[in-house]
Write a protein that binds this ligand. Structure first.
Ligand code: F6R
Length: 376
């Protein structure tokens, strides 16, 4: 049921304040007198010790689910102190990459039925790793066959392009990081700040959804484009990949997510006055300041080569991000750095949606794609 919306994708984008609330419901502990703020993940509690002892955490998924793991990796590494690697399920299988008994393998999947991810799960089980499932479908094959897991609880997602499941997957992985790091005193203040950030996240998502009309206007401007590059770095490299994936799969427009640090190693050659480029340059708090200034210099260089820039920055910071440069700016609310990808993807979801509708394409059922990819 689409309710008052025209399409499922539109409904699912706008549902995100609520889907995120359901994802977090009952799992965040507010703390209080003599009691620290913490997270409670029922499905994991008997396995947390094993996870903390593991030599490596390997996150495995496909498409959007892989991107969610990429967005959460910095926090998982930071709070767990354990090396975190990422694997695209098909590539892990193609390489028969090493998975060990001492590994924790985290399988991320909206449907819980994706064939590549399921085969990678079997492979990790055969190799003796502890297998954790993060899925949106209770009773799915991945949920049933992992040792333990966390349900995403984002509600049923019907549009082929994953939107609300993506933001909920990031939040689930942030909660996983908080739970694994829960025994470390030195990061307690950081964890509490993130928990506060999670409580407030649905309100911030509501705020960023107000950009709907602005993104529709931008879509009108970009209607005739053949290509859109999306630059991001740090926590928001994932946002660049995921934003480009949305534009590609529904608007059927070539789009590429690029790690901004790689710009000079090739992509810069593409830039001229005919190329539209979306740069994510939101302000990451404290020690990430360095990344912010690096992103400023990326903007300067793209501008010097006359790229048609659209810059996403934190509210009130446009003159800081692009001093003396006149570009189209999208301002988004600032949240805790590790949660910023949840906010930043939303304007890109809206952009992909509007581009598709304006072009008269099928937004809920793009050609050649299926919601659940059950063949290899
Ligand atoms: C993109 C999209 C796909 C899926 C991928 C994995 O919008 O939906 O890239 O993310 O096919 O699917 P799940 O998460 O069901 O394993």
């Amino acid at each position: 049921n689409k309710g008052s919306y025209e399409h499922y994708m539109q409904k699912e984008i706008h549902e995100q304040p609520e889907s995120l609330r359901t994802t977090m419901r009952g799992r965040l502990i507010r703390g209080g007198f003599c009691k620290a703020k913490s997270v409670l993940l029922g499905g994991l509690k008997d396995h947390l010790k094993t996870i903390r002892r593991s030599r490596r955490i390997v996150c495995i998924g496909c498409g959007t689910s892989y991107n969610a793991a990429l967005a959460a990796r910095p926090l998982l590494e930071e709070l767990s102190g354990i090396p975190v690697t990422l694997e695209i399920a098909s590539d892990l299988l193609d390489r028969q990459g090493p998975i060990y008994r001492e590994d924790t393998a985290v399988f991320v999947s909206q449907s819980g039925e994706t064939a590549d991810t399921l085969h990678a799960l079997q492979y990790a089980l055969d190799n003796g790793a502890l297998c954790v499932g993060i899925t949106n479908t209770v009773g799915s094959a991945i949920a049933r066959n992992t040792h333990c897991g966390i349900h995403i609880n984002a509600g049923c997602e019907i549009g082929v392009a994953s939107t609300k499941a993506y933001t909920s997957q990031i939040v689930v992985m942030a909660m996983l990081a908080l739970a694994v790091g829960d025994d470390t005193i030195s990061s307690q203040l950081r964890r509490e700040a993130i928990i506060d950030g999670l409580f407030d996240l649905p309100n911030k998502v509501k705020e960023v959804l107000k950009l709907d009309q602005e993104m529709k206007d931008l879509a009108e401007q970009l209607m005739a484009e053949q290509s859109l590059l999306v630059f991001g770095r740090g926590y928001n490299f994932a946002t660049a990949l995921e934003g480009a994936l949305k534009v590609k799969e529904v608007a059927l427009t070539h789009s590429e997510g690029i790690l901004a640090g790689e710009m000079k190693h090739g992509p810069l050659a593409l830039v001229d006055e005919n190329l539209s480029i979306f740069v994510i340059a939101t302000h990451d708090a404290c020690f990430r300041l360095v990344l912010f200034s690096k992103q400023q210099s990326v903007i300067q260089q793209l501008h010097a080569r006359k790229g048609r820039l659209i810059v996403m920055c934190s509210k009130g910071e446009s003159s800081l991000v692009c001093p003396g440069v006149s570009v189209r700016v999208i301002e988004v609310p600032q949240v805790e750095d590790c949660l910023q990808p949840v906010i930043n993807i939303i304007p890109l979801q809206l952009l992909a949606y509007h581009l598709t509708v304006l072009r008269g394409l099928n937004v809920d059922q793009p050609r050649n794609l299926a919601k659940s990819v059950t063949t290899q």
